[in-house]
Design a protein around this ligand. Structure first.
Ligand SMILES: O=C(O)CNC(=O)[C@H](CS)NC(=O)CCC(=O)C(=O)O
Length: 351
């Protein structure tokens, strides 16, 4: 009893029924549809080029009526080493790529979401040792006046060892290690969803975060109606996990899911799966771009991508959030009396 009371008290702010105002207005609102673009590009270590490609995507999408454009993780660059990642990174106030997007957002009156790499501002008290080369893997949301609406630094880092398929000779190569935390500092905060005109409340996540439902729970309890995942998925996990996880999130959290993606070979050591996707809160697919597997001839496709990105347009209609949540009222059926242990009290998963 004591434990349960404490647990509930701690989570009380997150348990308030944040959806109620939306329900009240359900029958009286007329649908407001907002067109958005979900993009995929092939970033390299050439920041100027990546900015030019990103800007072209944004301009083209806006010309077709997009009010917001979603660019992928690491849109500013994908570097060839930790050293290069550090050298190409800067505090956001001095960040060439982000400032370029801010100027563009203001010029065109568009909202832009993008993944970038940043370093602490001079005033920030960061625990990282002076000698560290690690940067933040950051999602910026830029408003129509070019202002920074939010900055979310990725909290879950992609430290994994993926088994590789056997080669033609039957020999299984050593597992492929990706140590994102070798070059990235973990973010320390969840950013509450950002209210954006016409889009409702936008929750900011990044790539690997999508595997951590705790973050989606918190984002949706705080009111998120859209969850955004700028990403750069691996070929192996892109093939088996990417689309399924994203659709599952849309259905389980009754949100729009917008997942922009990196596509193709960034350098000889590193490729991304692509397949930018969007789902509505019912789980219907709203748009999809190609994965590298869709393209037999990777080299020629990469050339297309090196010259420009791709995007699809889709409409966000907040009534779909409301109607989905009204039909299947998950938020009101939570058994928080039973699963109050989810969170800090839960012991680590025994391997
Ligand atoms: O390195 C950069 O500059 C940008 N960061 C990334 O590309 C990150 C870290 S390596 N990629 C992922 O999180 C892939 C997750 C993934 O593929 C999965 O969850 O299966």
């Amino acid at each position: 009893m004591f434990l349960r009371t404490r647990t509930l008290a701690r989570f009380r702010p997150l348990l308030s029924p944040v959806y109620i105002p939306t329900y009240r207005s359900f029958s009286s609102t007329t649908a407001i549809m907002t067109k958005v673009a979900v993009a995929q590009i092939l970033s390299t270590h050439d920041v100027k080029h990546n900015l030019a490609v990103s800007a072209k995507v944004v301009r083209d999408a806006v010309a077709e009526g997009a009010k917001a454009v979603f660019l992928p993780e690491a849109a500013d660059f994908i570097a060839r080493s930790a050293q290069e990642t550090f050298e190409l990174s800067a505090p956001l106030s001095k960040h060439e790529y982000t400032k370029g997007l801010q100027a563009l957002a203001k010029e065109l009156g568009v909202v832009i979401s993008a993944g970038v790499h940043d370093l602490p501002e001079a005033y920030e008290n960061d625990d990282e040792p002076e000698s560290s080369l690690r940067v933040y893997n950051t999602h910026v949301l830029i408003g129509t006046d070019g202002e920074l609406l939010a900055r979310y630094r990725k909290i879950h880092l992609f430290d994994v060892e993926l088994q590789q398929a056997a080669g033609a000779d039957g020999v299984v190569p050593a597992p492929k290690r990706t140590g994102e935390s070798d070059r990235v500092r973990p973010g320390k905060e969840i950013v509450p969803p950002v209210a954006v005109n016409g889009l409702g409340k936008v929750g900011l996540e990044i790539c690997y975060d999508l595997r951590f439902p705790e973050l989606h729970i918190i984002q949706t309890r705080l009111g998120a109606q859209i969850l955004t995942f700028p990403s750069a998925f691996t070929l192996k996990t892109g093939k088996d996990h990417w689309a399924t996880l994203l659709r599952g999130i849309a259905i389980q959290f009754q949100v729009y899911v917008l997942a922009s993606a990196q596509y193709g070979a960034h350098n000889p050591q590193r490729s991304s799966w692509g397949e930018a996707l969007a789902f509505d809160p019912w789980g219907r697919q709203l748009g999809r771009l190609r994965s590298v597997e869709d393209d037999g001839d990777k080299a020629s496709i990469d050339k297309v991508y090196a010259e420009g990105g791709e995007y699809f347009l889709t409409d966000i209609d907040l009534d779909t959030v409301t109607s989905t949540r009204k039909q299947i009222p998950l938020a009101f059926q939570k058994r928080t009396d039973i699963y109050g242990v989810v969170g800090k009290e839960l012991p680590p998963h025994p391997i």
